[in-house]
Design a protein around this ligand. Structure first.
Ligand code: HEC
Length: 111
């Protein structure tokens, strides 16, 4: 009986952990964002330097955009003055919940 309860609990926990196959914000950040913004958000990667990404660990950079602007950037991407994407849109790749979680994740990058 105890074993059955333990098995049921394990199954329930597993079910929660893999809920709808959504990745954690850290997994999404590492997979989709870190190549430009860096694992820590400082943006000192080769691509980040090339594209002149701002340092998301800095309070003044964080203060320069709203949560809504961050959501829009993640959903629709960012273009330079010639209309070329410098940051790809993730509206199709990530669910609304994943994008919202990434905004909170970005905020937490501030040192
Ligand atoms: C190909 C490089 C690249 C990738 C990949 C990338 N970004 Fe960006 N991101 C940029 C550039 C370039 C900007 C504009 C300059 C800046 O604000 O630093 C930017 C801007 C931002 C901003 C500021 C938006 C604003 O309104 O000022 C946020 C927030 C952001 N990115 C989050 C993310 C997240 C989250 C991901 C992953 C889902 C991601 N970025 C992936 C290049 C990238």
């Amino acid at each position: 009986m105890k074993l059955l309860a333990a098995l049921l609990l394990a199954a329930a926990t597993l079910g929660l952990a893999t809920n709808a196959g959504a990745a954690t914000p850290r997994e999404n950040w590492d997979q989709h964002c870190a190549k430009c913004h860096g694992a820590d958000g400082a943006g000192t990667t080769r691509l980040g330097t090339l594209l002149k990404v701002r340092d998301l660990t800095k309070a003044e950079v964080q203060a320069a955009f709203t949560d809504a602007a961050a959501r829009t950037a993640i959903e629709d991407g960012v273009k330079d003055s010639t209309g070329r994407f410098t940051m790809n849109p993730y509206g199709a790749k990530l669910s609304p919940e994943e994008r919202a979680a990434l905004v909170a994740f970005v905020r937490a990058l501030k040192k």
